[in-house]
Ligand binder design. Structure first.
Ligand SMILES: [Zn+2]
Length: 365
């Protein structure tokens, strides 16, 4: 993996990440394709939305399909016919948030499969092995993700376990795939610093802030981002996991973050919440019943070039799956276009204008 910074503007950075399956510009937003698909969208849709990297999940892909199927198709890229980069999350977060009967031990986690109740053991070594088998371009270390609220003693204990697992993850990586470390420590900046300094000795290919966007107040999250953003190694990509809305992303970029992922654009799209240049519209509202304008008249996505709000609302009310697809196309395109605008703003040293614009939109609700 090669990371180059082309331009710095205050703490913000504009750059490029080059990987075996291609390159993408940063700051970048990774569209979430948990099971190896971005719900309702084909690869062509993703290409047309300018998506250059997707995020898939080792936890979900460990449960299904089986290894044989993946081996036959030469890894995840072959299986899903996606020839651009893939980042895989290690499964840590999902084990703790989605599984029943979770028992955490020093060497890993025992839990029951939410699909068939089968007993499963996931360790750092196993997570890395799965991610190597998937052939992901960027792998994440296996860690424990604390929930919110979490007191400082528990956050510290969890942090110690995550550091032990970071060591095991690092040792388990026998591939040339990029491997990112994940800084934990809850909302406690001193714990975050302890985590980072311990992880730095492994010289990971990139560094993520994990364990945020788990229910903490936005002010506390922003404090961690402001404190830690530009403490993460200068020459490595910095990734804020699971965040967020447009304003959250711009705020984090202003604090030195380069990479993002979040289910918001796709999940909200399926619920009729569509991002437009002056905020968000809910297509299910009565007011769009006969609205012949596109979702956003300044948007160049396939949906906005071809269909009206009224038609999309009609499809949604009829429960036609085309509505989900058209709305997802728009939101995915919107987020990629947001990142493009952020990169242009860094180039022009005026990201603060974009931040103020979004802040005013949020105030207006
Ligand atoms: Zn659009």
């Amino acid at each position: 993996m090669k990371f180059t910074i082309h331009k710095k503007s205050n703490k913000s950075r504009k750059g490029k990440i080059e990987l075996p399956h291609g390159s993408f510009e940063t700051p970048a937003f990774m569209t979430v394709g948990t099971y190896g698909s971005v719900k309702s969208l084909s690869n062509k849709d993703l290409y047309d939305c300018n998506v250059d990297i997707i995020l898939c999940n080792a936890y979900h892909l460990m449960l299904r399909p089986d290894n044989k199927t993946l081996e036959k198709s030469d890894g995840l890229h072959g299986f899903i016919n996606w020839d651009k980069p893939i980042l895989t999350d290690s499964g840590g977060y999902q084990v703790f948030s989605l599984s029943d009967n979770t028992i955490v031990k020093k060497d890993g986690v025992h839990f029951k499969s939410p699909i068939n109740g089968e007993k499963i053991f996931l360790s750092p070594e196993k997570s890395i092995e799965i991610q190597m088998r998937l052939g992901s371009d960027i792998m994440m270390i296996f860690d424990e993700c604390t929930t919110y609220p979490c007191n400082k003693d528990d956050a510290f204990k969890s942090l110690e376990l995550s550091l032990h697992w970071a060591d095991l993850s690092h040792k388990a990586n026998t591939s040339s795939n990029a491997l990112f470390g994940i800084v934990q420590g809850g909302v406690f900046n001193d714990l975050r610093e302890i985590s980072l300094s311990a992880l730095e000795k492994y010289n990971f290919d990139g560094y993520a802030l994990g364990g945020l966007s788990v229910g903490e107040p936005i002010e506390l999250r922003n404090e961690v981002i402001a404190h830690m953003g530009d403490k993460l190694p200068e020459t490595k990509p910095r990734y804020l996991m699971g965040v967020g809305k447009p304003l959250d992303i711009i705020y984090a970029v202003m604090n030195g973050i380069d990479m993002f992922d979040c289910v918001i654009p796709t999940r909200n799209a399926r619920n009729g919440q569509l991002f437009v240049n002056n905020g968000v519209i809910n297509i299910r509202n009565e007011q769009y019943k006969s609205d012949m304008r596109p979702i956003d008249s300044s948007c160049n996505c396939f949906t906005c070039q071809n269909y009206s709000r009224a038609y999309i609302r009609h499809l949604d009310r009829c429960n036609d799956i085309l509505a989900q697809r058209l709305m997802s196309i728009h939101n995915v395109y919107f987020y990629q276009d947001l990142m493009r605008k952020i990169r242009v703003a860094i180039e022009n040293d005026n990201l603060i204008d974009l931040f103020n614009e979004q802040t005013n939109l949020n105030k207006r609700g």
